[in-house]
Design a protein around this ligand. Structure first.
Ligand SMILES: NC(=O)c1ccc[n+]([C@@H]2O[C@H](COP(=O)([O-])OP(=O)(O)OC[C@H]3O[C@@H](n4cnc5c(N)ncnc54)[C@H](O)[C@@H]3O)[C@@H](O)[C@H]2O)c1
Length: 258
């Protein structure tokens, strides 16, 4: 890692984002947590500070260009550089056949999952270019690579995020800015529980059946842990991955192999 690096992690209040904050802090980074609610971010702040790293929490709505701009300004007031940007904030969007998805649901899903990372990148890239260094990691999904029926807004947003990753990587590589995407499979935790419950309610299956189906789909017959995703983020921010950019890397226990 660089000396005294700073990382901004969107959606870092809990779930995968919190594990990413902890892993990057463990590797020596100061952390800026950008999530919707300040009180919700306190646990992450405590965990980062317990490691001995600085942690700034900034209420941020990544869907709002103004909020994103304010967060980046706040970060630069507090820290000299922004070395790592982890676009992790995301919402599941509706579970419904396409013809039942409202325009508002569609726009909201795209606003958080796709406009959010775009707006974060647009705001931070000038600083990374000035420093001739940057590592951007977009948390996409295996659903960015294959269809997921009844989740059209989510799948579209994650496929778009892989498009943003590849195109931006090609655009900024010579400035020593790497842009990669991680594609998690089903990650154990409260969010995937909610997703499985919704799917179960829609298809008339039990929660256990839906979960079991997801586990069996993976080569290893299990779900992914949030720390598995965080470990890969750590690697993609490290010197060991210097010449890896524009990639979409699965962390799916072997659910997807392309
Ligand atoms: N959990 C999984 O199985 C799984 C699988 C593949 C991909 N992912 C992706 O990983 C990322 C993290 O997922 P998670 O499972 O930790 O979810 P989560 O719901 O636990 O965490 C998401 C975080 O994003 C925040 N957030 C939501 N909207 C926001 C906004 N407008 N601005 C700022 N923050 C906002 C939430 O407050 C929350 O803290 C998401 O992008 C998700 O799509 C998750």
């Amino acid at each position: 890692m660089r000396s005294d690096p700073t990382a901004i992690v969107t959606g870092g209040a809990g779930g995968i984002g919190q594990a990413i904050c902890v892993e990057l802090a463990r590797r020596g980074a100061s952390i800026v947590v950008a999530d919707l609610d300040e009180t919700e971010m306190q646990e992450t702040k405590d965990r980062v500070e317990a490691i001995g790293q600085r942690c700034l929490v900034v209420e941020t709505n990544v869907a709002s260009a103004q909020s994103v701009a304010e967060t980046v300004e706040r970060t630069l007031d507090e820290f000299d550089t922004i070395d790592y940007l982890i676009n992790n904030a995301g919402i599941a969007g509706p579970t419904a056949p396409c013809e039942e998805v409202t325009t508002q649901e569609w726009e909201q899903t795209l606003a958080v999952n796709l406009n959010g990372p775009f707006q974060m990148c647009r705001e931070i890239l000038p600083h990374m270019k000035q420093n001739s260094f940057g590592r951007i990691v977009n948390i996409a999904s295996v659903t960015g690579k294959r269809p997921l029926p009844n989740r059209t807004p989510y799948a579209t947003s994650k496929m778009g995020l892989i498009g943003l990753t590849r195109t931006l990587a090609a655009e900024v590589g010579e400035a020593n800015i790497n842009v990669n995407a991680i594609c998690p499979g089903s990650v154990d935790g409260p969010r995937i529980k909610r997703v499985f419950e919704r799917h179960a309610a829609q298809t008339g299956q039990s929660y256990e059946d839906v979960r079991g189906e997801s586990e069996r789909e993976a080569a290893r017959g299990e779900l992914v842990r949030r720390e598995d995703v965080a470990d890969l983020v750590g690697f993609l921010c490290s010197e060991d991955s210097e010449r890896i950019t524009g990639q979409d890397i699965n962390v799916s226990a072997g659910k997807v192999m392309y």
